[in-house]
Design a protein around this ligand. Structure first.
Ligand SMILES: *Cc1c(COP(=O)(O)O)cnc(C)c1O
Length: 466
């Protein structure tokens, strides 16, 4: 399997190469040259498989023999053995044809564990094989950081530098990162917002001369293809339990960087019968404005109760735009160059394509809290604010009352107690393995919102491991 850059200039790469890098050198994102597809018959034959076995079926064509099956099996099985629920991704019913897919039973209580538990093991495996080491640099709006640290920290082939926006992540989120005290782990609190962190990371990847010799940066953000890949699996898993592939299923996805919903889009293109894919955003609604009004423009960043979705520009959206432009890199380059300076729109034909692929909604903080309170009263289920946004969007956009509608529950409510308290409810308890989180020692460094401050820190602390 070959992976090509959306910008069309960098040469294609294989799976292992894509795993070890971030953006392509031309600034694009890697996507498979050809997407594998599965027949309904084949998908139907997977109904009885365990979650890891299903994952192996789905990811096999993407890895295409680069990692021997037995090794891949061990990586995938040990990744999901760390989850706190026998179904790995259980479904909870709220009403007739209304479901929530719980993706928060991993070690750090957000859906990002699904990809990062595997990614950490894959990286270690490939680095050992190649006898290499890498510096992992990532930006987090809160959840990626802890999931990346949990997934990668046991590898003695990596040093991890994770940037989070200073004082803009929840206490639980911060503690989950900063209480991991290890020689190869560095948490940097950047005096800026998440987009600033993303910008710094992007710039550091573009010029890696600050690193010691023989080192390169590897990405743990959802620009890393392996993350997207692992997220395709739970769309298949949910569908199979709700009557798929004979029956269509719809999904509503709380969206920030467009990674999770993009995985759903791929699942559909690979043959899974999905009726609706709903992009649920908070007040930071660039994607909703584009889908609903053909208007693609930056606004000011708003701080909301759903901080993991406080994102101005969704990095993975480029992967979708590439398809929307019929994989014409010149058109995509032109669009991306103009973006920022002006409000962009696409041709009517392209926009209709977008509208046939996605529905969308934007949900504000007050409504988020109302939904949390309402669902708790009606069902006794406590939703985290991101999930509440997904559910509201599902209810607003649903066009069929006979198709199961699945909202992705992207985080455990205990991670975001501000919204829960504002909803008039009590903070839920943290699961057993995190009970003493607030008593644990913290370690992190506050750095200026500047590329040089970050690169200097890395070159000073990156010792070189071997
Ligand atoms: C990361 C995250 C999101 C957004 O996911 P994307 O793949 O960036 O769209 C939503 N909710 C939670 C809880 C998250 O951690």
């Amino acid at each position: 399997m070959k992976y090509i850059s959306t910008r069309g200039i960098s040469p294609s790469q294989n799976f292992e190469q894509v795993l070890l890098t971030g953006l392509a050198p031309d600034g694009g994102l890697y996507v498979p040259e050809v997407l594998p597809t599965f027949s309904a018959e084949e998908i139907g034959s997977w109904r009885e498989l365990s979650y890891p076995d299903l994952a192996l079926k789905i990811i096999a064509p993407f890895i295409d023999g680069e990692i021997p099956e037995a090794d891949l099996r061990e990586i995938v099985e040990s990744s999901y053995a760390n989850f706190n629920h026998p179904d790995v991704a259980p479904l909870t019913q709220l009403g007739e044809n209304e479901w929530v897919l719980e993706l928060f039973h991993g070690p750090t209580l957000a859906f990002k564990d699904f990809a990062l538990q595997v990614l950490g093991r894959l990286l270690d495996y490939v680095l050992v094989k190649k006898d290499q080491a890498v510096v992992i640099l990532g930006a987090t709006s809160g959840d990626t950081g802890s999931a990346a640290l949990e997934g990668c920290r046991h590898s003695d082939r990596v040093e991890l530098f994770i940037l989070h926006p200073h004082q803009r992540v929840s206490d639980v989120q911060r503690k989950q990162m900063t209480t991991i005290i290890s020689d190869n782990v560095f948490n940097l609190a950047v005096e800026g917002n998440f987009d600033d962190c993303q910008r710094i990371v992007k710039a550091a990847f573009a010029d890696q001369s600050f690193l010691p010799k023989n080192r390169q940066l590897a990405a743990v953000n959802s620009i890393n293809w392996a993350r997207i890949l692992m997220q395709i699996v739970y769309y298949f898993s949910a569908s199979l339990r709700l009557g798929g592939p004979e029956k269509e299923v719809s999904f509503s996805v709380p969206t920030g960087n467009f990674g999770d919903i993009y995985a759903g889009y791929l699942a559909k293109k690979m043959g899974l019968p999905i009726k609706q894919l709903i992009v649920a955003t908070n007040k930071n609604d660039i994607l909703h404005r584009f889908i609903a009004h053909n208007e693609y423009s930056k606004t000011e960043l708003s701080k909301t109760f759903s901080p993991s979705m406080d994102i101005l520009v969704s990095s993975n959206f480029e992967r979708y735009l590439f398809d929307m432009f019929d994989r014409d890199s010149e058109k995509l380059n032109d669009f991306m160059k103009k973006f920022g300076a002006q409000t962009l729109s696409v041709s009517d034909e392209q926009w209709q394509k977008v509208r046939s692929d996605f529905d969308s909604a934007s949900v504000d903080d007050d409504t988020t809290c109302e939904v949390i309170a309402e669902v708790f009263k009606a069902n006794g289920e406590l939703l985290d604010p991101h999930t509440a946004i997904g559910l509201k969007a599902a209810r607003q956009c649903n066009t069929s009352n006979t198709t199961p509608m699945v909202t992705l529950a992207t985080a455990h409510p205990a991670k975001f107690d501000e919204a829960i308290l504002k909803s008039g409810l009590n903070t839920p308890a943290l699961p057993e393995h995190l009970k003493d989180l607030f008593e644990r020692e913290e370690k992190y460094s506050v750095v200026a919102n500047e590329l040089e401050a970050v690169t200097e820190f890395i070159s000073k602390h990156c010792t070189g491991l071997n």
